[in-house]
Design a protein around this ligand. Structure first.
Ligand code: DC
Length: 225
């Protein structure tokens, strides 16, 4: 079976747009595999920070990719991520890791080096891929493409609730400022900036809850499948 036989659904959008929870819902409804590509950038950033590598040093980051030992497992609610066989899930979800991931993600050759890692998730019967450039760069041939957006205020509130539920401390104003800064970086970078694919269905989730967005996406897939 080649990649074309595998149905790929891409869900791109900025942080806090709800794409992570949506991707999880859609993948479990369809019985598909799930790729959280942001987690891969976060893992690389974590490895860089632990090794003491400057996040702006593209050459040094590329060397890290030669020995990039990562693995995911399914937990009760959240996915569990391993770096060098250590469960780093909690550290991975911090704003510090997200911000570092956004800096690592600016480098074009690092992004190119991570393409194969991400494409390896494309396995039968299908894949739901969540990220920033799933529909544009990683899976341009995907059968279904969605781009989820929401206002920065709503996204900051959602991320706040997520962090509090995970037992982490957070401040909404700081989150909103960090998000705006990260949006700016993700939108304006030269390599695969955060943009909807031309053939993506853009969904504004500001006024919709998770169930409504999930239903919208699943009915689009069923009606066009
Ligand atoms: O979705 P997330 O918050 O876990 O992503 C963390 C950072 O990783 C995000 O700010 C930009 C980067 N990223 C990316 O550039 N491309 C992706 N496909 C996924 C994430």
């Amino acid at each position: 079976m080649n990649d074309q036989d595998v149905i790929v659904v891409t869900i791109d959008g900025p942080g806090g747009s709800g794409k992570g929870s949506l991707a999880l819902n859609v993948a479990s409804a369809l019985g598909f595999h799930l790729l959280d590509s942001g987690a891969i950038y976060r893992l690389l950033a974590l490895k860089a920070m632990r090794t003491g590598i400057d996040l702006d040093d593209e050459e040094a980051l590329l060397v890290l990719l030669d020995d990039f030992d990562i693995r995911f497992a399914t937990g009760d609610e959240l996915a569990i991520a391993f770096l060098d066989n250590e469960d780093v899930s909690a550290e991975l979800r911090t704003e510090k890791a997200g911000d570092a991931a956004s800096r690592v993600a600016r480098h074009g050759r690092v992004r190119a080096g991570l393409l194969a890692v991400q494409r390896a998730f494309c396995q039968p019967p299908g894949l739901v891929a969540d990220g920033r450039d799933m529909g544009t760069a990683v899976f341009p041939e995907a059968r279904f493409k969605f781009f989820l957006c929401a206002s920065v205020e709503i996204r900051a509130q959602r991320r706040y609730k997520q962090l509090i539920n995970m037992g982490l401390s957070a401040n909404i104003a700081d989150l909103q400022a960090d998000m705006s800064e990260r949006d700016e970086r993700d939108l304006n970078r030269e390599a695969s900036p955060l943009l909807p694919a031309e053939d993506a269905l853009v969904v504004d989730s500001s006024l919709l809850n998770l169930e409504q967005v999930t239903e919208l996406v699943l009915s689009h897939i069923r009606n066009n499948g």
